[in-house]
Design a binder for this molecule. Structure first.
Ligand code: FES
Length: 171
């Protein structure tokens, strides 16, 4: 089950969407193959694409809701839930796997209580897989927001998560 934002929060966020969403649909509807560029524009604007807007998108582009749903869920890039304030990426590519990234990802999933592409219940952290951070010499590698870390242990990961949450509490 996806963790995170409550239905009330989601609805209140979307109440401010209507005008901008209409504008984006109007800007894209005449394009050939408009769905993907429109989805990118919506996510760039709002940072996610909730299911409740699929119908409006479908109507605007003369598609079925199922087609919109199919494309949004096919690409992991598209978020259907409001993303967390931090993004933690764990490298799943070969060098990192050889150096224990699978155990690291299991640890991250357990302590954050999320799977990949999900956000913690407190909306703090998104957990994402990544395929090589260009830091193979220091595998296993993770990236928290814009910072890459190498030779990361489970204890290091706990520390990164703790520091991110502490910085938020102080900020
Ligand atoms: S394989 Fe993980 S950083 Fe390259």
């Amino acid at each position: 089950m996806l963790q995170g934002i409550s239905m009330n929060q989601e609805l209140s966020v979307q109440s401010g969407w209507t005008e901008k969403l209409d504008q984006l649909i109007a800007q894209h509807k005449a394009m050939a193959g408009a769905l993907l560029p429109l989805l990118h524009a919506i996510q760039d604007e709002f940072s996610y694409i909730p299911e409740s807007v699929y119908e409006k998108i479908a109507k605007g582009l003369s598609l079925s809701v199922a087609e919109v749903h199919g494309v949004v869920t096919f690409y992991h890039h598209f978020k259907t839930r409001k993303p967390g304030r931090h993004v933690l990426q764990i490298c799943r590519a070969e060098s990192c796997q050889a150096m224990g990234s699978e155990a690291l990802e299991a640890h991250a999933k357990q302590c954050l209580n999320v799977d990949y592409h999900q956000t913690t219940a407190d909306q703090s952290i998104n957990l994402e897989p990544v395929y090589c951070l260009g830091n193979c010499a220091l595998s296993p590698a993770v990236m928290l927001d814009d910072e890459v870390y190498g030779r990361v242990t489970a204890a290091d990961l706990d520390g990164l998560i703790r520091d991110a949450k502490k910085a938020e509490a102080q900020g």
